[in-house]
Design a protein around this ligand. Sequence first.
Ligand code: FES
Length: 56
Amino acid sequence: MYICVCHAVTEKDIKKAVGKGASSISRLSELTMLGTQCGCCTEHANQVLHQCANKP
Ligand code: FES
C-alpha cells in the first residue's frame, strides 16, 4: 500500500528504511523522499514508522 503517493513510497519501503536505521520522519524522508512534496503523508508515515519500530 502506498503511504506517500507523490514519491510512490510503500509500507514495505518504510519497513526497509527502518531496517536501515531510520527512526524519525526526517531520516525516512532522506532515505525515501517521503513527505518532501505535498506533505500529506507524514502523519500516516509516522504511524507506520512507529508500528515498524515496535515490531521485533
Ligand atoms: Fe507524500 Fe505528497 S503524499 S509528499
